[in-house]
Ligand binder design. Structure first.
Ligand code: EPZ
Length: 420
């Protein structure tokens, strides 16, 4: 088991490059199953979740890809298995995204139900409702979703009860090869959905409106190969933005797209940070103790749930009191008890509200990572705190942050990976 050892108290200072986005590339990898032609993907991040998706692709289409650093060539000539097994879906919920492509390409799919996870129950009812509207017969048997379309998928009007990123992506992929037109209403507007739509268009799909809450997809009979560059990870960039402000340092993030981080930029400025942006660069600096800022997570372009834990650390060392309301997931405060171990003053009110009273300093402590973004908040906590912090279970962080200790070291942090 690996741990991160952090000696805190240093301001982060310097430049880093933002890696390719985890949440943008996972649906793109799933979508590559829609074509038998070659797809070349660049800027693929080296992450555990990416390796898991490649293992799943191998399971379904054989070893149909070559990976060379961050460049991937993939050609899913033949689908050999239509079953996404429990072991792969259990470790990564995004595996459920192969349901749409399998169903569209083969008319049949068996995909393990993902089940709940640390941040909440995370049902897939909206995905299934969409496939059913498109004519799929769905049955849940022995923990698997078994979906069949004997007559092929038919375009349909689909109204999501709430915007869902994965649900929108799954339906977009399936609808690209369906007969007729699909309209998705109350679609998710996250940049990763826009990005998937652009990728599908490069494959020859007829999609419009992606990036807005109403998406139109006219099915085509065939999708072709294409080339695609994975966009920069807005959540990685946001994590470093918050780390710069919390440690009262300055970081320039190259490759980051400021249009995807406007809500974060606004709140960081409210907290006293200076944020400068250009087309593909963000610079954050902070030279005084931050001011506490209330946050409320919301679908894009609102403040992202994936940065709520990190921002809580900034509030934990800020002047004043802040209310943090989590509105996307029901159980996304697992980091709170760990931050309290580091001396943070945080009170939970019900399951989705926290009140954070800023302290002058945090104190290093042994803590345990519980999920991906919770672990990055503990890293920021460790960087800010006086003394030593040891973070256990850091496999969570390797799912979504490429070369985290290398990047932090380049910024002057004292961070080491240690084995028990
Ligand atoms: C994506 O998850 C991201 N994952 C998450 O990132 C991110 O937190 C989330 O979107 C919200 O932005 C990937 O892109 C791989 P949702 P997803 O479907 O698609 C409920 C990270 O740390 N819901 O938009 O699973 C659901 O329970 C991760 O990188 C239903 O009720 O999120 C949640 O409350 C974690 N029924 C809300 O909708 C459904 O059928 C939003 O979930 C689907 C979702």
């Amino acid at each position: 088991m690996e741990r991160l050892h952090i000696s805190g108290g240093r301001a982060l200072d310097g430049n880093i490059s933002i890696s390719g986005s985890k949440n943008a590339c996972l649906p793109v990898l799933a979508a590559s199953l829609l074509s038998a032609d070659q797809i070349d993907i660049s800027n693929l991040p080296e992450l555990v979740d990416v390796s898991t998706m490649l293992r799943l692709i191998k399971e379904l289409a054989g070893k149909c890809y070559e990976l060379d650093g961050s460049a991937l060539s993939i050609r899913a000539e033949e689908i050999q298995s239509k079953k996404a097994p429990y072991d792969l879906v259990r470790t990564m919920r995004a595996s459920f995204l192969v349901l749409g492509p399998l169903l569209a390409r083969c008319g049949y799919a068996e995909v393990s139900l993902p089940g709940g996870c640390a941040i909440g129950s995370r049902p897939v009812d909206q995905h299934l409702k969409g496939f059913e509207a498109m004519g799929a017969k769905i049955e849940v048997r022995d923990g698997y979703v078994i979906a069949e379309t004997p007559e092929g998928l038919q375009g349909a009007d689909i109204y999501f009860d709430k915007p869902t990123v994965g649900g929108t992506e799954n339906i977009m992929m399936a609808a690209s090869l369906a007969s007729g037109t699909t309209n998705i209403f109350n679609a998710a507007t996250e940049p990763e959905v826009k990005n998937l739509g652009d990728f599908l268009r490069a494959m020859g799909a007829d999609i419009s409106g992606h990036g807005s809450n109403q998406i139109k997809i006219k099915g085509v009979s065939h999708l072709k190969g294409c080339i695609h560059k994975v966009s920069a990870d807005r959540i990685e960039a946001g994590t470093f933005m918050v780390a710069a402000a919390a440690t009262r340092g300055q970081i320039t993030m190259n490759g980051a797209d400021p249009r995807e981080l406007e809500a974060v930029t606004e709140l960081l400025r409210e907290s006293g940070a200076e944020v400068e942006t250009s087309v593909d660069r963000i610079r954050v600096s902070m030279d005084a103790r931050p001011r506490a800022v209330d946050i409320e997570t919301a679908p894009f372009p609102g403040f992202p749930t994936d940065l709520q834990a990190q921002f809580m650390v900034l509030n934990a060392v800020a002047k004043g009191k802040a209310f943090v309301r989590e509105q996307i997931f029901e159980n996304r405060f697992m980091h709170v008890q760990e931050l309290i171990r580091m001396g943070a003053k945080i009170e939970l009110i019900g399951s989705n509200m926290a009140v954070v009273t800023g302290r002058k300093a945090l104190k290093g402590a042994p803590v345990m990572a519980t999920d991906l973004r919770a672990s990055s908040s503990l890293v920021i906590g460790g960087l800010v705190a006086d003394g030593e912090t040891i973070i256990d279970r850091i496999y969570h962080i390797d799912r979504g942050y490429e070369a985290i200790e290398k990047k932090l070291s380049m910024l002057g942090a004292s961070v080491r990976r240690i084995r028990k």
